[in-house]
Design a protein. Structure first.
Length: 334
């Protein structure tokens, strides 16, 4: 068996270089990744082909010079691993494997799952709806009952569309927005629960913040989930304060922050670790999707998410959002 055959069947892009990063061999997946043929690639430096490749150089040289595996180096939405290549006990070069970053594909997997699920539900629904319509054509039937059936089916159809749409974070549309207006809009949705539970609300807004480019629907969705979590965390607590802060982030610069803090039950280190994983929940009726949505929305905006929590004291979640789009545009595109 030749080395080429082994590489060919590898599920990810693989490239073999010498000790300096000069390409000796690639598999087809790597050819596709950089959109170049094996012939073109041979003898070229790996770093010169990939955007941000300089960052990889250090790790590749380290793998070769120290003869160690360097795993999980993240560049953009990919992970790179570097392993020394031995041929008959002689160090000959480095094997570099490129994998899609887990986090990113996880969200995409969920979306595919939801799309599949919604497709599976939609098919039988269509059948039932058709049957109900035929039913209407019979000479004796209870019209009101059939209309209820049809309306309910249509409601489920709309719900399915909404679910799929709300998990598709790949196509956000950006427009300059007043962040404070969005926060207030989210809080207002909980106004009856806030007064029932006697929650004190503290606003600490920086009025000098400019409007920033966001996908207003998605950011609202994230804020609603944050406030919902904060309120739910305070259910058993006698002292209930929900604090909403905004301001310019010191680090990273060029970002604003939105901070939602509660005096609720807090999280231990295990909960904190799992908090934004899809389907992680400690609530009897929770789906475990709220914080996952927050994370994905923030990621879609090129922002960062920070969580601080103390068991029995409370939680603060901070969204850091860039004031400008990376591509220089304020609207449209990702
Ligand atoms: N503000 C908070 N205070 C304490 N724990 C929190 C807070 N926010 C999230 N958590 C913890 O993280 C878990 C996951 O939160 P997430 O919003 O993803 O799901 P959920 O609230 O359980 O369900 P869903 O949001 O889908 O209704 C929660 O079950 C809870 O244990
Ligand atoms: Mg939640």
């Amino acid at each position: 068996m030749k080395a080429e055959d082994l590489l060919f069947s590898h599920p990810f892009p693989v490239v073999v270089t010498d000790g300096e990063g000069k390409i000796k061999l690639v598999n087809q997946k790597f050819e596709a990744l950089v959109n170049r043929s094996q012939k073109y690639l041979k003898g070229k430096y790996l770093f010169s082909l990939l955007e941000g490749g300089e960052k990889l150089k250090k790790h590749l040289l380290e793998a070769y010079n120290k003869s160690i595996d360097v795993l999980g180096v993240r560049l953009g939405d990919r992970y790179f691993s570097f392993s020394p290549l031995y041929v008959s006990n002689n160090l000959k070069g480095v094997v570099v494997v490129v994998e899609p970053a887990g986090e990113l594909s996880f969200g995409e997997d969920i979306l595919l799952l939801l799309k599949g699920l919604s497709h599976e539900i939609r098919n039988p629904l269509g059948g039932i709806k058709g049957a109900a319509k035929l039913f209407k054509e019979l000479s004796s039937y209870d019209e009101e009952l059939v209309n209820v059936m049809i309306e309910e089916i249509e409601r489920i159809e709309r719900l399915l569309n909404d679910v799929v749409r709300s998990f598709d974070f790949s196509s956000l549309s950006f427009k300059k927005e007043n962040i404070h207006r969005l926060i207030q809009q989210a809080v207002e949705l909980f106004s009856s629960r806030i007064s029932e539970m006697d929650i004190e609300i503290l606003y600490r807004f920086d009025p000098s913040l400019p409007e920033i480019p966001v996908d207003a629907d998605r950011l609202l969705q994230a804020l609603i989930n944050l406030i919902k979590n904060a309120i739910e965390a305070m259910e058993e607590c006698p002292r209930r304060i929900l604090k909403l802060e905004t301001g310019y982030a010191i680090h990273p610069s060029g970002f604003i922050f939105i901070k939602v803090s509660d005096t609720g039950k807090g999280m231990d280190s295990e909960e904190l670790k799992n908090f934004s994983l899809p389907f992680f929940t400690t609530k009897e009726k929770g789906l475990g999707l709220g914080s996952f949505i927050v994370r994905e929305v923030v990621k879609g905006h090129g922002g960062e998410l920070k969580v601080e929590s103390r068991k029995g004291e409370g939680t603060s979640v901070t969204l850091l959002l860039p004031m400008k789009r990376e591509d220089g545009k304020d609207s449209c595109g990702r």
